[in-house]
Ligand binder design. Structure first.
Ligand SMILES: CCCC/C=C\CC(=O)SCCNC(=O)CCNC(=O)[C@H](O)C(C)(C)COP(=O)(O)OP(=O)(O)OC[C@H]1O[C@@H](n2cnc3c(N)ncnc32)[C@H](O)[C@@H]1OP(=O)(O)O
Length: 295
């Protein structure tokens, strides 16, 4: 195994194929390439259909920490440059959960430097997902609050499992504020009036409620989520790719450019905001409420 290069994380080098992480495997089959590493993002590429399935795999709740976001970003970059890849399904390997959103522990009692690095990783993952040329579909087989909702909304199409699962941008309930680009994506998805209510209230919606406001596109029984995504993909794959990509790009450009033009300012704002005493106090109380729920 090659020695890790200085100034580049082992994780990033592993994904770029420069080093193979201990215990990691790269398996190649006739129709599927699965990049299996000890990391938190599994990619299964079906070379026959050109559809990649990207599964978040950080049990118990797929909370998005620096590593997960970095891995996700790199996985998306690789798929973007893979000419055989036409579409990507974002899903979860953890039962009952799509993603619990940002890892609250990245925001609680963290250093300003770590906060900035964490936020840059989130920005990059989002820019890669929202700006992707691929057809992107979210298979929401569980809860999807906050950052989980952002990932789902950033796809082109969302299928959610019916039942007890909830989705929404609940940031205000934690005493934090959804960044402008989260708001922009929600505005583009459900419109101004619903976004204003949803964000102020930190609303979490059932699948049926989410369907009624256009936050998801289809609600089906849990076991039907993947087959429904696959069925929908067949329609999307029939559209001439160049025309679809130009249309998608022109519709998303303004929102992407808004973040691209102020990434560093946005990261610094996050680090300053999250480290305010009042915000830290709210996050501490929220973490305690999650713990209490169990007892
Ligand atoms: C300027 C700032 C902008 C910030 C922008 C975005 C913010 C975010 O994304 S903040 C994250 C918001 N997420 C949430 O509010 C979700 C919180 N979690 C839950 O409501 C539940 O965990 C969930 C419904 C997702 C799943 O419920 P359960 O299946 O019953 O699991 P548990 O609640 O028992 O959780 C298991 C375990 O995971 C810990 N956990 C849950 N969510 C998070 C999280 N987002 N970050 C870190 N850790 C999380 C939870 O505390 C439990 O831990 P243990 O007690 O140690 O087992």
């Amino acid at each position: 195994m090659a020695a890790p290069m200085r100034g580049m994380s082992v994780l990033r080098q592993a994904f770029q194929g420069l080093v193979r992480p201990a215990g990691g495997q790269v398996c190649r089959q006739v129709q599927h390439r699965c990049y299996s590493t000890p990391g938190h993002v599994q990619v299964d590429m079906n070379s026959e259909t050109g559809v990649a399935t990207v599964r978040l795999n950080r049990p118990p709740v797929n909370s998005l920490n620096l590593d997960v976001l970095t891995e996700l970003s790199i996985a998306l970059e690789k798929l973007e440059t893979d000419k055989s890849c036409k579409a990507m399904v974002l899903a979860s390997a953890a039962p009952g959960i799509f993603s619990a959103g940002l890892d609250i522990l990245e925001m609680y009692q963290s250093t300003p430097e770590r906060c900035v690095a964490f936020w840059r990783a989130l920005q990059d993952a989002w820019l890669n997902l929202y700006g992707s040329r691929l057809i992107t579909m979210a298979a929401i087989e569980g809860h999807s609050p906050a950052g989980g909702c952002l990932l789902a909304m950033s796809c082109d199409y969302r299928v959610m499992a019916e039942g007890k699962f909830q989705i929404g941008l609940n940031e205000t309930k934690l005493g934090i504020v959804a960044p402008f680009w989260f708001t922009d994506v929600m505005l583009n998805t459900i419109g101004h009036r619903e976004t204003e209510k949803a964000l102020q209230l930190g609303a979490l919606y059932s699948a049926q409620q989410a369907l009624s406001i256009g936050l998801v596109d289809k609600v089906v029984p849990l076991a039907e989520v993947m087959p429904t995504v696959e069925g929908e993909l067949k329609n999307w794959l029939q559209i001439p790719a160049a025309a679809r990509v130009i249309t998608k790009t022109s519709m998303r450009k303004a929102v992407l450019d808004r973040l691209r033009s102020q990434k560093e300012k946005d990261a610094q704002f996050f680090a300053d905001f999250i480290n305010r005493d009042s915000v830290q106090k709210s996050l501490g109380m929220y973490i305690a409420s999650l713990q209490k729920k169990k007892n």
